[in-house]
Design a protein around this ligand. Structure first.
Ligand code: ADP
Length: 450
């Protein structure tokens, strides 16, 4: 096992990894920008190294600075968290070239899954069902029209390098194709440096269901069921739950096995998430994330596992600590993402926290790097806390979420917490009867069109 690992991230996810390391008796090294000198991950780690100025590109994304921090401190492995360098295949290569261990899959697997066209081709070949659409990239407008005519409108044009909801454009009819096609290409080029796009049939009312997989890198893999992340704003998840309200044990076992077999056959190592749209009882693959997800705690709750510990174990060459038959669903878990944002427009709202109180009690987990008097810097993602609740059933989890939100105090800034108080009053949320468009429609009805 490693003696010391470095966490190439900040905020709640850096704390999450430090906590797992400490329980395993592993020393942790935090890296931070000058804007984060007072951050909780810096305080909580065994050692900290300043790696650059506030801008992410010059600090948390600076590969030379992170490698130097490893060398200075003698850290043997790097956990990337999510975001930043977590899905950067070149980074993984550099880490390995320096004789260090990357806590995650191989550069090759990240590369294959990071390009959505290659990912789709790979998954299709492994027997995973995909959204109908173009066979690979669509080179020009003429080809795009052909696909639109073949599959029927609406269609969605997606940048192969896209992510975080960017580089995706809807064409509801033939008239909208030209603008949508050109915009998706331009966004792909400007945000990801790659203008290749592909086209999918646009599904009208699907749910977002994703399967958590875990591989040992030597041909063994398991699945840890699904998470339903259908409540989204601008294609970004805000509320996630496990198990999915509409997935039964037989369906879980079937799609889970398909996914576990697929990643086992490519010798995938560590945690991964295979994302699907689910409509009329059918799964359609959209993408695979080759890292720990923001919403991993709901899976940890219902299976009573520590996914970060498992990632570290597998990276150190140890066996996985669970087998498929050990993994039985226990109860229901919900996570809500608390962002430093002002409603109703979700405008970023960094600033000083004048009072902070984390909710607690039975079945409540608060993953956050906040503390009294902390100043949230304006340079990074606005996620400041994840509130996770676990109860024997879904109704119990909703009641617990309501109770925990009532206990939470984050003063000095605006947060998205009031959104969840309002959502808990909605019948659709109470019954779990929603699809990926429900929240957008609800927001429009409650705040007027943006
Ligand atoms: P990203 O990598 O940017 O997150 P995804 O491919 O994972 O992009 O899609 C993000 C979200 O966009 C999905 O959860 C879903 O809400 C919506 N979406 C993607 N593909 C389709 C589709 N074919 N039909 C309808 N909605 C889609």
């Amino acid at each position: 096992m490693f003696n010391k690992i470095l966490i190439a991230n900040r905020g709640e996810i850096a704390l999450r990894v430090i906590r797992a390391a400490r329980e395993m008796g592993i020393k942790s090294v935090a890296v931070h920008s000058t804007a984060d000198s007072d951050a909780m991950h810096v305080r909580m780690a065994d050692e900290a190294v300043c790696i650059g100025p506030p801008s992410g590109t010059q600090s948390y994304l600076s590969i030379p600075a992170i490698i130097s921090a490893c060398e200075i401190t003698g850290a043997e492995a790097i956990h990337p968290g999510y975001g930043f360098l977590s899905e950067n295949a070149d980074f993984v290569q550099v880490v390995e070239d320096h004789g260090l261990k990357f806590i995650g899959p191989t550069a090759e697997h990240i590369r294959v899954m990071g390009d959505k066209i290659t990912a789709k081709d790979t998954m299709k070949a492994l027997g995973v069902p995909c959204v109908p659409g173009s066979n690979g990239g669509v080179p020009d407008l003429e080809a795009a029209y052909k696909i639109g005519d073949e599959f029927g409108y609406p269609v969605i044009i997606k940048a192969t390098a896209g992510g975080g909801g960017r580089g995706m454009k809807l064409a509801s009819s033939r008239d909208e194709m030209e603008t949508a096609f050109r915009t998706a290409r331009a966004e792909g080029k400007s945000a990801f440096g790659n203008d290749e796009v592909y086209i999918e049939k646009y599904l009208g009312a699907p749910r977002h269901i994703e399967i958590q997989v875990f591989g040992d890198g030597k041909g063994k893999a398991v699945h840890l069921g699904e998470r339903d992340c259908s409540l989204q704003r601008r294609h970004q998840k805000v509320f996630e739950e496990a198990p999915g309200p509409v997935i039964d044990a037989e369906t879980r076992a079937r799609i889970g096995k398909t996914c576990a077999d697929a990643v086992a056959s490519i010798n995938y190592a560590g945690a991964g998430t295979i994302e699907f749209l689910y409509e009329n009882g059918e799964f359609f693959f959209i993408e695979m994330n080759t890292r720990l997800q923001v919403e991993h705690p709901v899976t940890e709750a219902i299976f009573d596992v520590d996914l970060v510990r498992e990632q570290i174990r597998v990276a150190a060459g140890e066996e996985m600590s669970f087998k498929q038959e050990d993994l039985q669903v226990n109860g229901h878990a919900i996570e809500v993402r608390i962002n430093a944002e002002k409603l109703p427009n979700f405008s970023p709202c960094p600033g000083k926290i004048t009072q902070y109180h984390a909710p607690g009690g039975l079945g409540v987990r608060m993953d956050s790097a906040l503390y009294d008097g902390y100043s949230i810097p304006p340079y990074y993602d606005s996620l400041i806390a994840k509130l996770i609740v676990h109860a024997p059933d879904r109704a119990g989890a909703l009641a617990r979420l309501n109770r925990a939100l009532g206990e939470m105090i984050v003063d000095g800034i605006d947060t998205t917490a009031p959104l969840f108080n309002a959502l808990l009053q909605e019948e659709a949320v109470q019954t779990g009867n929603y699809n990926i468009h429900w929240l957008e429609q609800w927001l429009e009805a409650h705040t007027g069109p943006e």
